[in-house]
Structure formats: C-alpha cells, structure tokens
Design a protein around this ligand. Structure first.
Ligand code: B12
Length: 217
C-alpha cells in the first residue's frame, strides 16, 4: 500500500477503535521502511484528533474513546520498538523524564511525545500516567536527567505542573532541570505563568523545543 493509501486507513482504524487493523497497518509501514515519525503524524494522529472532536460533539462516549485509545496503543506498540532500533547508538539529546501528572490518566499524547523524543535522539524515561510528583524528581535525580516533561489533560491536574516546579524550587533543584509542559489545557501563557522552561502544542514541536533547550538556546 502506498503512503497516500495507508494514512487515511490508519486514521480510520483509530476512529473505529480497530486494534488489529491499526497494528497491521503499522506493520505494513515498518515493512516498507517508511519514515515512522511521518506515519504517526500523518496517519494516526489525525485519527485520534477526530476522536476528540467526535467526543466533544457528543457522538462518541467512553467505550468508543477507550477503544480508540487501545487502537492507538496497538499501533504504537509496533512502531515504538522499531523507532528505538533505528536510532540505536545515537542518543545525543540527553536524558529526559516524562509522565502524565498525578490524578490524570490521559496518556496518548504523552506517549506520542515520548516516542518522538526517543526517535529524536533523547534517552527517554517514561514514568507512565497518574505519576506522583515526587517520582518525577526522584527519577530525574536517579538517572541524571536534564529535562522533565509534564503532560496534563485536565484543568484540575494541570496545576500539578505548577506544583512540581514549586517542589523543585523548594529543594534547590530548579536550575538543574529544564521543565517542559504540555497537554490540551496548557499554553505558552500558562508555561510562562508557572515558570516552566517551555511549552509545545504537539509532539513534533516538543522535539524541536527539547533540542533547542538541550543545546542551551
Ligand atoms: C481520549 C480521552 C480520554 C481517554 C484517555 C485514554 C488514554 N489512555 O489516554 C479516557 C476515556 C480514559 C478519558 C478519561 C477522562 N477524560 Co478524557 N479525553 C480524551 C480526549 C477525547 C482525547 C485526548 C487525547 O488523547 N488527544 C489526542 C492526543 C494526541 O492529544 P494530546 O493529549 O493533547 O497530546 C498532544 C499535545 O497536547 C502535546 N502534549 C501532550 N503532552 C505533552 C507534554 C509535553 C511536555 C509537551 C511539550 C507536549 C505535550 O503533544 C501531544 C501529541 O501531539 C480529550 C478531548 C480532547 N480534545 O483533548 C478528553 C478530555 C481531555 N477528557 C476530559 C475528561 C473530563 C475526562 C474524564 C474526567 C471523564 C470522566 N468524567 O471520567 C476522565 C479523566 C480521568 C482522569 N482522572 O484522568 C476533558 C477534560 C476537561 C477539562 N478541561 O479538564 C476532555 C478535554 C474532553 C472534554 N471536552 O470534556 N479521556
């Protein structure tokens, strides 16, 4: 299948919550040696974005959302190891600790950012979702990370991004880490307000930002 045939099918598989199709299409892309970042960006992401719109329009409910999230995971389970394999040996970006903050179980966007950072040459330590704030700091200290990436999808949990920055400050560690924030309710203005080092609206922009921060820009 050509890219122009694959991409809409990938999007459709996510919208339909079809795990088997999502994974099979990903395997096809891997077999063809396609640029997997482009595959994620142009194939799968438009699908999950459409799911978000259908949910907001009241056409999709929790069961559909969960199926779509599972389909996204099935595709990324094929793509992630391949991205890692293709980038083995080149980790010039430094170490990054990433997770979705305490109280928040949304992890699709965070997983995309983690995959793209990994593919972009960073050594990524993904703590998962609903991560206690102390764990971000403990892990960053443990692995000698230079960056902490915090995802939050709820207006009630984005405040944990602010809290984490406060905790770093209280422990005299604020200067040691670049803190990046993201997720649907976050914005550049929010990042400035809470004293984060940066905000990016999607995974591709997140990699660009992380690279420029890692380079000391
Ligand atoms: C899928 C989904 C779910 C799934 C999550 C599955 C999963 N494993 O993640 C399920 C069904 C479990 C779910 C549950 C809930 N959800 Co929900 N969910 C969504 C939905 C439809 C899509 C989110 C998504 O995956 N988007 C696709 C990804 C690719 O986009 P993204 O997450 O924004 O990530 C991108 C960028 O933001 C950025 N990014 C993300 N993280 C980071 C981090 C950094 C550092 C950087 C730089 C960038 C970055 O890059 C990503 C990739 O491009 C949104 C609606 C929406 N439009 O966002 C609601 C939404 C987020 N959910 C919402 C709600 C209310 C809930 C529930 C509370 C519902 C309930 N009553 O139980 C629960 C939350 C439970 C909890 N404690 O967390 C609300 C939040 C409202 C608010 N303002 O707070 C939303 C906005 C829907 C709505 N309009 O009401 N949800």
């Amino acid at each position: 299948m050509t890219e122009s045939e694959l991409y809409p099918r990938m999007s459709e598989a996510i919208v339909a919550g079809d795990r088997a199709a999502a994974a099979a299409l990903a395997r096809d892309a891997v077999r063809q040696g396609l640029d997997l970042l482009e595959v994620v960006d142009k194939g799968y992401v438009p699908g999950i974005q459409k799911v978000g719109v259908l949910w907001e329009q009241g056409e999709y409910f929790l069961p559909e959302l969960i199926s779509s999230a599972e389909a996204m995971k099935a595709a990324m389970a094929v793509i992630d190891p391949e991205l890692t394999k293709r980038n083995l040996g080149s980790r010039p970006g430094g170490r990054v600790v990433i997770g979705t903050v305490e109280g928040d179980i949304h992890d699709i966007g965070k997983n995309l950012v983690a995959s793209m950072l990994q593919a972009g040459g960073f050594d990524v330590h993904d703590l998962g979702a609903d991560v206690k704030l102390e764990r971000f700091i403990d892990k960053a200290e443990e692995v000698g990370a230079g960056m902490i990436c915090l995802s939050a999808l709820l207006t009630t949990t984005m405040t944990n991004q602010r809290r984490l920055i406060g905790m770093l400050r209280d422990r005299g560690l604020r200067g040691k880490y670049k803190v990046l924030v993201g997720g649907a309710p976050a914005s550049r203005k929010w990042a400035e307000e809470i004293g984060a080092d940066g905000y990016a609206e999607n995974a591709v922009a997140a990699v660009k930002l992380a690279k420029s921060l890692a380079a000391g820009a």
